[in-house]
Design a protein around this ligand. Sequence first.
Ligand SMILES: [Fe+2]
Ligand SMILES: [Fe+2]
Length: 186
Amino acid sequence: MPGKYGSRNMQGNHRVGEDDPTAIGLLKAEHHVFRDLFDEAEAASPQRLAAIARELCMRLTVHMAIEEEILYPALKPVIGDDEVNEGIVEHQSGKCIIAELEQLDGTEELFASKVHVLGEETVHHIDEEDEDLFEDAKTAHKDGEIDLDEIGERLRARQAELYDQIATTGETGRTNEAQPDEVERA
Ligand SMILES: [Fe+2]
Ligand SMILES: [Fe+2]
């Protein structure tokens, strides 16, 4: 039975629509995985929680990297800076908690709270992407201003590359994400 986050996966714009372009379908499907994992985290044993947190940190890191490298820059010229920059700032907040969690092993007093707060913040962020950013992007796609199918292929290829790198080295290696000073300048 889906929990409080996962129940949203089949509702409204959170659902993957039949006519969703490749990029939107791919990212929404990952949002579903995040909601389900954060639900599972709420009731998990400490040992299971540590494993869920590791998986979430890895998946979220790759997800944010491909959005920032490929999707967000493509959207800025067509839907404007504000919505995209808000996304980047929310990513940075998530990355801070992820960096902290990666230093912990799950036995610490604050571990579960950090995972919980990461969940609240992440679900807020992905809900907004599904409801606002992706809807605006789909309108631009329908108007022929961007090609979200082609962008989807690039997202998929980069995602596979980053997962391969993690599998071999344990890290993503060099990524081309938004830098904090880029947001401060904007
Ligand atoms: Fe995002
Ligand atoms: Fe996302």
